[in-house]
Design a binder for this molecule. Sequence first.
Ligand SMILES: [Mn+2]
Length: 330
Amino acid sequence: MSIQEIVSLLNEVRAENILLLCHQNADPDALCSASVFSKLLRRVIKGVNVKIASPEGVNKLSKVLLSRFSIEVEVSKPDFEAADAIFLLDTNTIQQLGEWSEEIKRTDKPIIVIDHHASHPVTESLADICISKEDSSSTCEIIFNFFRCLDLQPSLEEATLLFLGIAFDTKHFILANSETFKAVGYLVEIGVNPREALQLLTLPMDVSERIARLKAGQRLTLTRIKDWIIVFSHVGSYQASAARALIDLGAHVAIVSGKKGDQVQVSLRSSQEFYKKTGIHLGNDLARPLGEYMNGMGGGHSTSAGMDGVGDLDTVVKYSIKILKSKLKC
Ligand SMILES: [Mn+2]
C-alpha cells in the first residue's frame, strides 16, 4: 500500500473535502503528521479542501506547536457528512477517537488509516486502505516517505514539523533506527535546526511542579532490595513528575503517593535497566496488585504505572516492598 494508491482512491471518488483525524489528546506525532499530510494532499490534488480534527483537543506539547506554527485543528465534532474521504492518522483503534468512533462505524465514505502501531483487526476491517508500518518510528516518518515516493521535497516548515513528530515519538531519537536517522539527516539538510526544534519539545516547568519535585526529594525514604534502590515519597500534586525526577536522581524504582482524604493516588516509575534485568512489569506486577489490595485500581506500562486506592501512605510502602521482595525472591 502506498501514497500512489491513496491518491488514486481519492481521485476515483473525486474527493473535494477530506477529513484528517488524530487520536484523542493528539501528541506531536499525530498533529505534525496530520498537518504535513494536509499540505501534501493540497499539493497533489488541486483545489482539495483538507480539515484536521482531534477529538477532545491536543496535548500540552502539541498546544505549544499550535501556537508556533500555522496549523488549524478542529476540536469540536467535524462535519462527517461533508467529507468525501476520512483519514485516521497515528490512530490505532477507533476507540482513540472517543465519541467520534460511532461516525466511523456508520460512514460509507472511504476510510484510510496511516499509522505505525501494530494494526488492529477492527480498524483494518473498517479501512479501505490501511498503511500500518510497524518498522517506522512514527507516523511522521511514514509521511516523510510519501514525499520521497512522490519525488517531492518538504518545505522548511514541513520538514521542521516532521522532525518534531519523529523526535517526539522516538523519545528524542533513543528509539530511532537507521531509516529514522536517514530521514532526519535529510530533514536537517533541508534546513531544520535540531537544537532549536528540540527545544520546542521541552515544556517549561511551572513553579509548583518544581517545588513538588524538590519536596519529593526532600521527603524520600530509601530501601535497598538486593542491588536495587527503591525510593518512596509523597507530594500533594505532580506525583508522576516527582517519580520521574527521582528516577533521574538515581533510583531504580520510585513510588510517589499523594493523599486526598482517605484516597491515595500513587505514581510508579522504574528505570529501563530495572525492567530489563528483573522482568518486573510495574503496571501488571506492582500497580495492579497494590490497587486490588487497597480497594482501588492500578495498572500501566512496564516502567510507568499508576494506582488509586483507599488507605494510608504507610500501607503503600509496606505492601510495595512486600511485592517487590517476593518478585525479587528475597
Ligand atoms: Mn505516533
